[in-house]
Design a binder for this molecule. Sequence first.
Ligand code: M6R
Length: 366
Amino acid sequence: EKGGYEHFMLKEIYEQPRSVADCMRGRVNADSGLLVLGGLRDYVDKLAKTKRIVIVACGTSWHAGLVAEYIFEELARINVEVEYASEFRYRNPIIKEGDFVIAISQSGETADTLAAIELAKSKGATIIGVCNVVGSSIPRATHAGAYTHAGPEIGVASTKAFTAQVTVLAMMAIAVARKKGTLHEDTFRRLLFELERIPSKIETVLKTDEKIKEIAAQFKDSRNFIYLGRGYNFPVALEGALKLKEISYIHAEGYPAAEMKHGPIALIDEEMPVVFIATKDSSYEKVVSNIQEVKARKGKVIAIVTEGDKLIPTMADYTIEIPAMHEALIPLVATIPLQLLSYHIAVLRGCNVDQPRNLAKSVTVE
Ligand code: M6R
């Protein structure tokens, strides 16, 4: 059932070219300019008119929500707030009629996310679900939604569910932005074209697995890790750190790269590995100077860079290349090497990657 892989997590990482393609099947066609999310047909119009979207989720799904915040705000110019479902439900959150709540959940059974939905519904919000498990509790509690179609995810660490969530949310943001008129037709076409190419770009990154394994061997005994990224890559940094801590039990923190100098920089010495997501995007130069700051303090830098980058390899201790793509879609591909890095580190440390200690696949208690 593991299809020849040693663990479900590895199988699920390798399934991503297919799961992302499955998620877009029948929904995107760049040649004909098609973008449809069947379950949201009647809601794209309303989303285009809303003033505010609140996203509720937990864990990795919350990270997908952060990526969505950046995409929605940039393309559709809609105010988006991303909330931990557990915090949202225990305050007295401000929700007005006309507000949209997007609930993201792989399992569709997370207790806090479900409770946040019920609360928002009672206050008059329209709830859209982005879930993987068909017929689970969350999709049944929402007004509308789009499934991620990633197939069953068995490993406790979420991998292919995350990339499918980001794919669905990107499709939603693009559809809403087009309807709203904030997206130029050329950019719309280009984004569809770029979406269609994501599966093959993930495939390319999977081919660097041997190199990632070698890097993992260098750092398997580290006690701490820092992950840094800016813009669309900030949530990728958070996700990389979560993946590492949950399966390898190494303490890891993700930060926006610019926040480093507001505290975490004090942690940096020759023992500290710092993973930078340093792709060629609008924050590239800024991230380059953050890398210099880490090197000046003798930190060990592992950098995810865009193919052909000549500068960062002269500064970083290790680099992993990913293909170039539209900035908004980088998280779909930049996450892959971080999944593999944590997987290999955990295996080298002898950890039970599919069922890490203290964790359950879905958190159905508060
Ligand atoms: O099923 P959900 O997406 O609602 O689950 C949310 C979190 O419990 C989940 O993403 C958790 O953080 C994962 N173990 C992360 O890999």
